[in-house]
Design a protein. Structure first.
Length: 40
């Protein structure tokens, strides 16, 4: 965490964690609903 604080403010870390959480949550929701793209 100390290394992250060297580069980001507390507010930026909150936004970063929020964005990562949304990305992971959206991916899980898409997988759960079966909306993933089919690859050939």
């Amino acid at each position: 965490m100390a290394r992250l604080r060297e580069h980001f403010t507390d507010g930026a870390l909150v936004e970063l964690c929020w964005a990562i959480g949304q990305f992971i949550g959206l991916g899980k929701m898409i997988a759960f609903l079966g909306l993933e793209r089919e690859t050939e």
